[in-house]
Design a protein around this ligand. Structure first.
Ligand SMILES: [Zn+2]
Ligand SMILES: [Zn+2]
Length: 127
């Protein structure tokens, strides 16, 4: 196998020697093109959440990726998130990681309650 580094997210990955090996995933190739060939250091997971390659972060996965909304939340509250804390996207758009769209909730049950009431509001509006 050939060792490569993704042009978009800088994640090291392995590929067949016959392959060019520019991107770790088709998704990264897409993001790179969308940004006019600029490395954004970001990738999007299967659920639509943006992840950033930051292997030194306390919440990074074995792949070195960390959820961007959690990084933004930590910046916003000025301290690292605790394991039980959940980060919510106020406008429900998982890729909108602007600080004002980010809210920290302590615990999954609060988060679930919030989503349930959001769904009721939407139903009341007839959507
Ligand atoms: Zn990548
Ligand atoms: Zn949420």
């Amino acid at each position: 196998m050939k060792e490569c580094v993704c042009l978009n997210c800088s994640t090291p990955f392995k590929t067949k020697p016959s392959k060019v090996g520019k991107f770790c995933s088709r998704r990264c190739a897409g993001i790179y093109q969308l940004n006019d060939g600029v490395c954004t250091g970001e990738t999007v997971d299967g659920q639509g959440y943006v992840q950033v390659y930051q292997p030194d972060h306390h919440e990074s996965a074995s792949s070195g990726l960390v959820y961007k909304h959690r990084l933004v939340a930590e910046k916003k509250i000025g301290r690292p998130l605790k394991p039980g804390e959940v980060v919510h996207h106020k406008n429900s758009k998982r890729q909108d990681n602007r600080a004002r769209n980010i809210e920290v909730l302590d615990g999954h049950s609060k988060h679930a309650t919030l989503h349930a009431s959001l769904r009721r509001q939407e139903a009341a509006l007839g959507e």
